[in-house]
Design a protein around this ligand. Sequence first.
Ligand code: NAG
Ligand code: NAG
Ligand code: NAG
Ligand code: NAG
Ligand code: NAG
Ligand code: NAG
Length: 460
Amino acid sequence: MPNGHPSLYASITTLALLLLSLEKCEPRYHYHKHHSSSPKFNSGNQISLPPASAPAEPPSMSKDINTTRSEHRVFDVRSYGAIGDGSSNDAQAFRAAWKAACTANSSVILVPSDGVFMVTSTIFSGPCRPGLVLQIDGVVMPPDGPANWPAADSKKQWLVFYRVNNMILQGGGTIEGKGQDWGLTEAHYPGLATALRFFMSYNVTVGRLRIRNSPQFHIKFDGCEGVHIEGLSISSPSFSPNTDGIHIENTKSVGIYDSIISNGDDCISIGPGCSNVDIANVTCGPSHGISIGSLGVHNSQACVTNVKVRNARIRDSDNGLRIKTWQGGTGSVSGISFEDIAMENVRNCIIVDQYYCLSKQCLNQTSAVWVTDVAYSNIKGTYDVRSAPVHFACSDTVACTNITMSEVELLPHEGEMVDDPFCWNAYGVLETLTIPPIYCLQEGQPQSLALEDIPAMGCS
Ligand SMILES: *[C@@H]1O[C@H](CO)[C@@H](O)[C@H](O)[C@H]1NC(C)=O
Ligand SMILES: *[C@@H]1O[C@H](CO)[C@@H](O)[C@H](O)[C@H]1NC(C)=O
Ligand SMILES: *[C@@H]1O[C@H](CO)[C@@H](O)[C@H](O)[C@H]1NC(C)=O
Ligand SMILES: *[C@@H]1O[C@H](CO)[C@@H](O)[C@H](O)[C@H]1NC(C)=O
Ligand SMILES: *[C@@H]1O[C@H](CO)[C@@H](O)[C@H](O)[C@H]1NC(C)=O
Ligand SMILES: *[C@@H]1O[C@H](CO)[C@@H](O)[C@H](O)[C@H]1NC(C)=O
């Protein structure tokens, strides 16, 4: 057996059987008009190598600012009264340091490496003078559990940056969310705090930092434009509910690179109002994968466009690449590409779920967020056989259109293959053969949808 991997051996055997069945069945098969050579498809008995070389360790940020240089004025939180003993409330000192640094040019707020700073919920407001760096070299944490939070503090968010422009958050330290003190094993608890939130901010860089055990989302951006994330490391237990790693909504021009995320919910989630999102070199897992959605809740309009995910690795996750929308929404998800993704033991590797519903009692509705122009290419690896690896559950009334797939090869991680991908009202093209074979995508355009009349379902 090769390399002592029984599952790999089983996979190869399965693949051989699969290839035999492919020959017999002659699946619907399209050559893309731009392809000059025939599609690459293994005729041998081994699967191709996983495509991604996403990081195992977050490398240091290429743009790391050297804050010890003379052009920076350093505002050490200790100089403003922070104790850093892990129990004194250092929030006032952090606020004072912020206030002083915010009004000076090229400031560095330093959280030194030899301290553990307990900081209660705080909103750091801008705008500030250009060149502000928050350098976290030590540990920053909230009070132990919600009962110890001051009564006046919002329990929905912990550290908030509001109207900050051109700011950099970096450092070799840790944001420790102490999520275990919030009863993480309980079901959805609406009061849980987001650890870090950037709200209505522009040109924000977050790099080389650890964020751990958030009670809820680890880092969230809303109403922002120009976000660069690099070398971030996020971890919380796989059983912790709603602990999304990076969540963005109403945010444009986002780059997420070289980061490692393991948590109990979406690795990266992209909410309504996002466009121009570039994600590369990210490793997720355990997690719930990379998700666009949920969109269209309470009959809302949602627009998400131009999202590119490339060179990612997703392992031991409940979903891989997911688009989820509620019934009754409007708007569209368009121009999405997933490229060079390695899967390892992932349930629902590729999934569009337009029937997303938390209560399981959602009524059928006629409107839906239109999902169109979604490309999957070079998606390889293994799936958890508890669900079909490919699942397109599109709206009854608004079909998914122009789904393109090439070089999709997914094999069971362990056990028997699930060879029936699911498609409902999904239109698109297979540019190469896929494993498992996906016969269920429909050709052409749905008759029910006059696409010319509703170019992007109200999204500009
Ligand atoms: C940062 O700048 C200081 C002062 O100019 C210099 O001594 C140090 O080597 C620099 N560190 C790095 C990592 O470049
Ligand atoms: C900040 O820099 C600008 C541009 O160089 C300068 O005009 C301004 O006086 C500086 N402000 C402070 C507070 O140093
Ligand atoms: C953000 O950065 C872009 C590109 O560097 C620049 O054009 C834009 O003016 C910046 N926005 C703000 C609010 O500083
Ligand atoms: C991704 O990682 C590879 C290999 O480390 C590197 O060559 C490439 O520049 C990275 N891409 C991005 C967008 O960070
Ligand atoms: C919604 O429609 C599906 C498919 O037609 C049907 O199976 C299901 O029972 C309907 N659900 C409700 C709540 O009406
Ligand atoms: C289908 O989607 C791709 C991007 O995935 C796009 O380049 C192409 O123009 C779309 N085709 C049609 C007919 O809209």
